[in-house]
Ligand binder design. Sequence first.
Ligand code: KG4
Ligand code: ZN
Length: 343
Amino acid sequence: MCQRILTIETSCDETAAAVVTDRLDVLASVVASQDRLHERYGGVVPEIAARAHVERILPVIDETLRRGELKLADLDGIAVVNTPGLAGSLLVGVAAAKALCVATGKPLLAVNHLHAHIYACQIADRQNVFPCVGFIVSGGHTNLYHCVSPTQFRYLGGTIDDAAGEAFDKVAAMLQLPYPGGPSVSAAAAAGNAQKYPFPRPFLRDHNRLGFSFSGLKTAVRYAIAGTGKVDFSALQLSDRETADVAASFQEAVVDCLVGKAMLAVQQTGLGRLCVGGGVAANTLFRERLTTACRQVDTELHIAPPQLCTDNAIMGGLAIEHLKAGSLETLELDVLPGLVRGA
Ligand code: KG4
Ligand code: ZN
């Protein structure tokens, strides 16, 4: 008999649940996106996210069990992401998981969202991917780690300001493209000239520095489309061609930085294996460039399919490792919103 874990993910603006087995089979998965609620603000509003999680969490769990043709009694554990993320959002998932554990007597397991983004590669490719260089490129993080095991990460470097996904979202807002910005900027970029604007690539030529900075790039985009004065972006009249060229040039600059530093981490660590996760890893250009770069230096690359890169609960299947190790939580489990680097 295999073991089955219900996993719950509410760290940001996706309310998600899944059931994953100890053989890493996915029996069911549901993701309720809140994109439409946050769209008009051009980014996630924490209070709106938390309230939406409260409304959705039980229907999402119900639907997950229904799709898996499972009852709560069929589960061997209940796992929940408790770090890092938005405090109010994390609390909803943790409270739901604790309530289910009290009601059923099942073990409670805690999942680190960053570890889970890398573990998504192990679930997708059904093979051990550790040790590896782990690269998390999302709306909140752009971090490189030496991943010793599924739950032991050593920080190698990351962004000193905006995350890559955040830069996509902010540039989308400037270009009047819909939220979330990653998919809309990359769609607009398809028709653009990526060489039109020579946007900066911070630190790219510094071969000793495993770091990123995207806020200057974002400012460069602003100056390119609106000059240096005060501006009302909603009143800007950009042609489709200008929008496409800015989007393509911006995307090219971000991808150059991401691929350059990922390969520097591979070279510095000598690990020979790179695993990538987080919403920006759904980006087609990034995936293509990284595939080529890894092939050139004979490095094994694992990137989960796009739907496993953006937030989901399947990646919480990582909790199987905790169950196997007997690493269970008590009802004292708390949320740790601000774990940015440590992992
Ligand atoms: O991992 P994720 O779903 O949530 C966080 O943990 O942050 O990542 C969301 C981020 C957003 O900033 C979104 O714009 C970006 O990932 N994103 C993309 C793409 N799809 C999502 N960025 C670039 N290209 C994409 N195709
Ligand atoms: Zn994420």
